[in-house]
Design a protein around this ligand. Structure first.
Ligand code: SF4
Ligand code: SF4
Length: 144
């Protein structure tokens, strides 16, 4: 079985099993951006107030490691206390939470966020725009 087969299989699992629209490509270059400019999303959306965040801290140790460094139109901005600011490496890399292991995921777009320009990963649409356009055109009878 060739690489093409595994790529197609991977895309199929992402689309139809995991219901994903994007696939992650590339790799981490340890720029540290995602650990020093973080938005937190919970049940009611992105956390905008300190008192909401205080409650969250009791739920998971990941939140307890975050410090508020500012806010913008999206919500509060945090940095993680486990980031070594000199080396840009995670001080608890081996034991880092699942959310860090899975980063980046497409939910970042639902929060109104995007990947840092320095990030070595890309989130690419699984179905190319051209393909979507063709399907819509066929359905509406514009092409056969
Ligand atoms: S635990 Fe490590 S990987 Fe996760 S946000 Fe903090 S520094 Fe980054
Ligand atoms: S922003 Fe991307 S490249 Fe930079 S540390 Fe995070 S995952 Fe790695």
């Amino acid at each position: 079985m060739n690489k093409n087969f595994f790529e197609k299989l991977n895309n199929w699992v992402l689309r139809f099993v995991l219901r994903r629209k994007y696939k992650r490509t590339g790799s981490c270059n340890n720029c540290g951006a995602c650990c020093s400019h973080i938005y937190v999303r919970h049940l009611k959306g992105v956390i905008k107030e300190e008192k909401e965040f205080e409650k969250l801290k009791l739920l998971h140790s990941f939140y307890a490691g975050l410090n508020i460094i500012g806010s913008d139109e999206i919500g509060l901005i945090f940095e993680c206390s486990h980031l070594d600011k000199e080396t840009k490496l995670c001080k608890i890399h081996k034991y880092r939470p699942g959310i860090c292991r899975r980063y980046p995921q497409e939910e970042i777009f639902q929060m109104g966020g995007c990947l840092s320009a320095d990030c070595g990963y890309k989130l690419e649409p699984i179905v190319e725009f051209k393909e979507v356009l063709n399907k819509v055109a066929k359905k509406s009878g514009l092409i056969r």
